[in-house]
Design a protein around this ligand. Structure first.
Ligand code: PEP
Ligand code: MN
Length: 448
């Protein structure tokens, strides 16, 4: 039986950053995994993707703010109720802070329920005299440094689907089942260290929100919209066998959607205009993110828009810039100006993480909280100067009390990194650092 999906994607294009599956790209193991994935139901629904697209369109017009956060690399081991709940609570708290100070609706998006695959700078990793394939995320291989662990295993893609399904199930329960009710704004802080200054600041704000809600209730206003929130899932669309196997035709519209997540993005290393990732993204109707590093040109950005959004559909394109604190004030203005002058409407989001990674003297990959904040500050300055909307932030974070990024109110030092360094890939802001960032960004948003 033929399906409209059979000839959707252009064959023969170069796909960067793909695993070397045992048996090769056409081998029996990957084919079996793909067949299984194709038989599974969708994780998200086309209508939800369209709803998110409409919100992105609003944010692109300056009428909402985008908050995207979660692990650099989700792992199967960390897909526990506690870890998922702590991440959701952290994002809900950050959103409450941003919304309270800016009076803008906040579009809440997790790097969650699908963020299991990583692009790597080097295909191989050497320790001593042993060289093995690099860890490419739990979607591909295991992080332990031995041959069996590092050999890519296509069955892991099936586990990505199953882990994403159970994560999304919990996300939906938490965000629709009363837990995300704005009246729970105090609850979200429970279990986190409260005696920090950022914790106290949050409690104060939560009290003010509580009073405002009681006042409204006493006046007979009790909107349903306070009772649940929309929380969307996102990940980098990296392993094309997985993303293609989860692409389905929407019965309402006849259009293809990647139903592995609401929002998918193309990374800095895979956004070649003539490459397989951009071709893939051009064929599905989800809202699409594209990472832009400091070397991106206006022509790159405009060519990507033409390819991915020829009809200029509102909310289709989000540019996630990741320039580095030292480069953003130089690199971003021309990009934003060139795209704006072209007439295209995109959402501009700041990823202040990926341009600010360095190796600490203690050997850990880390980021400085102050660099992260400085990049966000530069992002706001550039948009203010151009009269455009600083549309949102993209953050690697966890709700857990890890020590992976230095600085912040707790003043984590290079020596402290060893005490609780748990990330499977890049260093994440911990709960307090995330909340602190939200307060600082909220002030910028209020004063923009
Ligand atoms: C990421 O978001 O984890 C990532 C690898 O980003 P980038 O493509 O911007 O380097
Ligand atoms: Mn990362």
């Amino acid at each position: 039986m033929t399906s409209p999906l059979d000839n959707l994607f252009t064959p023969g294009l170069v796909a960067a950053q793909q695993p070397q599956w045992p048996g090769g790209p056409e081998g029996a193991p990957i084919k079996a995994a793909v067949a299984e994935l194709k038989s599974f139901p969708p994780l998200v629904f086309a209508g939800e993707c369209d709803d998110l697209k409409a919100r992105i369109a609003l944010a692109a017009e300056g009428k909402a703010f985008w908050l995207q956060g979660g692990d650099c690399a989700e792992t199967f081991a960390a897909a526990t109720a506690d870890s998922i709940r702590n991440r959701i609570k952290t994002i809900l708290q950050m959103a409450a802070v941003l919304q309270y100070y800016s009076s803008l609706p906040v579009v809440k998006v997790g790097r969650m329920a699908g963020q299991f695959a990583k692009p790597r700078s080097n295909d191989m990793e050497t320790r001593g005299d042993v060289t093995l394939p690099a860890y490419r995320g739990d979607a591909v291989n295991a992080i332990e440094f031995n041959e069996a662990a590092r050999t890519p295993d296509p069955n892991r893609l099936v586990r990505v689907y199953n882990t994403s399904a159970s994560t999304l199930n919990l996300v939906r329960a938490f965000t629709q089942g009363g837990f995300a009710d704005l009246r729970q704004v105090h609850e979200w802080n429970k279990g986190f260290i409260r005696d920090s200054s950022v914790g106290e600041r949050y409690e104060k704000m939560a009290n003010e929100i509580g009073r405002a809600l009681s006042f409204m209730q006493s006046a007979g206003v009790d909107p349903e919209s306070f009772k649940s929130v929309d929380f969307f899932s996102s990940h980098e669309a990296l392993i094309l066998e997985y993303e293609k196997a989860l692409t389905r035709i929407d019965s309402r519209t006849g259009n293809p959607y990647d139903v592995s997540g609401h929002f998918i993005w193309i990374g800095e290393r895979t956004r070649q205009l003539d490459g397989a990732h951009v071709d893939f993204a051009s064929k599905v109707r989800n809202p699409i993110g594209i990472k832009l590093g400091p070397k991106s040109t206006v022509d790159d950005a405009l060519a990507l828009i033409d390819k991915l959004d020829p009809n200029r559909e509102p909310g289709r394109i989000t540019f996630i810039t990741r320039m580095g604190a030292g480069k953003i004030r130089e690199a971003l203005p021309a990009l934003v100006d060139g795209v704006t002058k072209s007439g295209a409407k995109v959402l501009w989001v700041c990823d202040p993480m990926h341009g600010n990674t360095y190796e600490a003297p203690t050997g850990y990959k880390t980021r400085k909280f102050d660099d992260v904040m400085d990049e966000v500050k530069g992002f706001f300055e550039v948009h203010k100067a151009l009269g455009t909307h600083p549309g949102g932030i993209h953050i690697e974070l966890t709700g857990d009390d890890v020590t992976e990024c230095v600085g912040g109110g707790e003043q984590i030092s290079h020596e402290d990194l060893a005490s609780r360094y748990e990330t499977a890939c890049d260093p994440r802001l911990n709960h307090s650092q995330s909340l602190e960032l939200a307060f600082l960004v909220a002030e910028m948003l209020r004063d923009r």
